[in-house]
Each structure stands twice: as C-alpha cells, then as structure tokens.
Design a protein around this ligand. Sequence first.
Ligand code: ITT
Length: 195
Amino acid sequence: MKLIFATNNKNKVEEIKHLTHHKFEILTLQEVGIDIDIPEPHDTLEANATEKSTTIYKLTNEAVFSEDTGLEVAALNGAPGVKSARYAGEGRNMQDNIDKLLHELKDKPSRAAQFRTVASLIINGTEYQFEGICKGHITTTQDGTSGFGYDPVFIPEGSDITFANMDVTEKNKYSHRKKAVQQLIDFLNDYQPTI
Ligand code: ITT
C-alpha cells in the first residue's frame, strides 16, 4: 500500500522515514510529482492538518497523511502555537522566530513549553486524526545545529540537550511527531477497509 506524506518540509520526511512500519511505502510529494505550496490558513493545528491532507487527497485520490505542528509556551499563553512558522512576522526567517521567542521569555519565571503535532490521515474518503505531545522547556541560548525550526532552543523532558544536539533516532525517542505518526501507523497496521 502507498501512503503519501503531504508536506514540503524535508526534515519532517527524514524523521518519519526512520519509523518502522510493515504494510506501506511512504511517498513524498516530490516522489508523486506534486509541486504545490499547501495552504495553512486556519487558526488551529487540527484544521490546518485537515486542509493539507484534503488538498493532496483531492489531487491523488490515494491514502494521504499530513501533520501540523506548533510550539506552545505556557508563559506566552500557548504562543507561538499555530503561528510557529510566522512568529516574527510574514517574510521573516527561523532565526528571527527564535530571537523573538528568547526575547519574549527573557524575564519570565517559567520556560515550560511543548511541541504539539496533529496528524491527519485520509483513507478511503474518511479522515482520522492523531495527536502527539512532547513536553520540555526553552533554553536561554540556542545550542546545536541538527534538526530544524525551534530545535536549537528546546530541551525535551528526560534529556539535558536540545533537539538540535540529537540525531534523528534520538529525537524520535521524545518527539511529538513520532508519537502522532506512530499512532497513525499502528492504526493503519490494523486497518480493515469497510466495503
Ligand atoms: P508543512 O509543509 O508540513 O506544512 P511546515 O514547515 O510549514 O511544513 P508546520 O506548519 O507544521 O511545518 O510547522 C510550523 C513551524 O513549527 C515550522 O516551520 C518549524 O519552524 C516549527 N516546527 C515544527 N516541527 C518542529 C520540530 O519538530 N522541531 C522544531 N521546530 C518545529
């Protein structure tokens, strides 16, 4: 069985290709010849995940999944959350986002944060969602060069190094994305289509 991963983020693909599964082959948008910028117009991770998987399902009519992820910081009332990619404003880069985050947290007593991933699977026209959360905290300075996004400033609970100091296998021991997509894979391994 083929399963398309509706994302344009190469780091997400690398993390997911490390997960073990039996029944299916995970294909990227590039591998199925789709080159579009998938819209993420909504104000929840759930709605954006649905938008991404639906967009690609309509184009392919094949089993497809997507995920939307946000960094939720308690002292910032859950920000940057669904706006994680654009926290410093449209047209700004990831370094700007990190700089803004560290600045906003400068005088806050709590640096508790979590990554939350909502994965959306569409198979035979029905959508299923799965959530994965990784709790941890934001560092005071950035550290490490692996991974992507906010990885240089996030230390997961149970570790003392940032995600950006881990390889993919180690990040996947803690990762929000791994938790959400592993549930999706377990679901598919037991999936019996109703005819
Ligand atoms: P899609 O094509 O899948 O939409 P994206 O890069 O736009 O990829 P998201 O909207 O899900 O991804 O994520 C919003 C931002 O949150 C993303 O640009 C990263 O900066 C950050 N982010 C997501 N997952 C992360 C992770 O595992 N580690 C660090 N930062 C992450």
